[in-house]
Design a protein around this ligand. Structure first.
Ligand code: FES
Length: 124
């Protein structure tokens, strides 16, 4: 049977986003010095923030300028940027005051047996 050329060409598959769980480390070690911790995950700087016993993850670089949120101060569920005092809600990345105009990107986090894992997108 002859296949027409148009039928033999496959449509390119849509790129699917795959979640990879990156092992960040043990809760006790990550937060030994405070409730903020920044780390590099395959070239992406991610900030971890602990409120009570819950860990949240955001892109660590402020959306307003070149500052690391993990160098900031926690205020409840807020992380205050050390450069211009912009405040983000660590639960959802929402920019809560000026001079911020853009939210921070959030990353899913899970804690299993005292170890923190961060969901990072991978293109397949
Ligand atoms: S760099 Fe973060 S508020 Fe300006």
């Amino acid at each position: 049977m002859m296949i027409k050329e148009a039928e033999s060409v496959r449509e390119p598959q849509a790129r699917e986003e795959v979640i990879r769980w990156y092992r960040a480390g043990e809760v006790g070690a990550l937060f030994a010095a405070g409730d903020c911790h920044g780390l590099d995950v395959d070239g992406l700087r991610i900030g971890l923030f602990k409120v009570d016993e819950t860990v949240y993850a955001l892109d660590d670089i402020c959306t307003h300028g070149n500052a690391l949120l993990s160098d900031g101060e926690m205020d409840g569920h807020g992380i205050e940027c050390p450069l211009h005092a912009g405040l983000f809600d660590v639960r959802n990345g929402r920019a809560m005051c000026t001079p911020l105009t853009r939210d921070a990107r959030c990353h899913a986090v899970k804690v299993e047996a005292g170890v923190v894992y961060i969901a990072t997108p991978e293109q397949s």
